[in-house]
Design a protein around this ligand. Structure first.
Ligand code: 8Y7
Length: 274
């Protein structure tokens, strides 16, 4: 099972999303990015977040790429500051080898890579760092991934990809006990693909590693409900609950407090099972 020293996933865990892209905070200066990030992280930790996922590159469809230096400048000070103040597991959301290395030095214990360590040197950097890794499935690249995603069977294809990446990680020296997988909702998937994956999520347990899911406020919620981002909380919680019922171990979310409540309700089912 997953490395208990990294994170105990015997009960479901909540990962709070911390975007430290300048446009996330008031006027976007350096000071604002660091302080805004710390304030938001502290609030999520208070609300019961088990992990804080720090990201300095937007991976939304059509987002502009950022340089290594920009990503380092945005994320490393936040990780250092959080590591000195809190015991909470810190995750670095990046695909860049150098950012992985520096983030782990600064105190991150988990690498969350939407490109599953396929960028230059990422596999080696992650292995060298000794951190845990979340391998996410994505078809194509963020800029173009939603143009015409196709699969023969989305669940089988995603599972095969993740299985291959697990093997590549093990070959590179990352123990299986440090790996997490994620089907990558919204990353090169149509609406039917996303719901087929959610419905068959439990089949990914065959990979024998913990399962992370990120559905919070995504277009798979907004499209069904025909609502914009600020009205997607009830739909996001419903989808999170479905994922929990299918055995998801970690939920990556914006709304930590409400998701912790959903986890408690689902956990009460096991507590009071006869
Ligand atoms: C996911 C993610 C994003 C996800 C993992 C968003 C960075 C888009 N989504 N990482 N990142 N899983 N592991 O809407 O689903 O949050 S960015």
């Amino acid at each position: 099972m997953f490395d208990q020293k990294v994170l105990d996933v015997s009960t479901p865990k909540v990962m709070g999303i911390l975007n430290v892209t300048p446009d996330s905070f008031s006027d976007g200066g350096k000071f604002d990015t660091l302080n805004g990030g710390l304030t938001q992280a502290a609030e999520m930790i208070n609300q019961g977040a088990d992990i804080i996922d720090v990201g300095g590159e937007s991976t939304r469809p059509g987002a502009k790429p950022v340089t290594v230096q920009q990503e380092l400048d945005r994320t490393i000070p936040v990780i250092e500051a959080l590591a000195s103040r809190f015991d909470t597991l810190l995750s670095i959301d990046t695909s860049k080898a150098l950012v992985m290395t520096e983030a782990v030095k600064a105190g991150a214990g988990l690498i969350n890579d939407v490109r599953a360590l396929r960028e230059g040197n990422a596999l080696q950097a992650a292995a060298q760092s000794g951190a845990a890794v979340c391998l996410m499935h994505m078809q194509g690249q963020p800029r173009t991934m939603q143009s015409n995603p196709t699969y023969s069977d989305v669940l089988i294809d995603v599972k095969q990809f993740l299985s291959n990446r697990i093997n590549d990680c093990i070959d590179a020296g990352i123990p299986k006990s440090k790996l997490i997988v994620d089907p990558g909702f919204g990353f090169g998937k149509t609406l039917p693909h996303n719901y087929q994956l959610l419905g068959r999520l439990a089949e990914l347990h065959d990979l024998s590693v913990p399962l992370l899911v990120g559905i919070s406020r995504k277009s798979m919620i907004g499209t069904v409900l025909d609502c914009d981002v600020e009205h997607r909380l009830p739909g996001s919680l419903t989808a999170a609950t479905i994922a929990l019922m299918k055995g998801a171990h970690i939920l990556r979310v914006h709304d930590v407090k409400q998701t912790v409540d959903a986890v408690k309700i689902v956990s009460a089912l096991s507590t009071y099972k006869e």
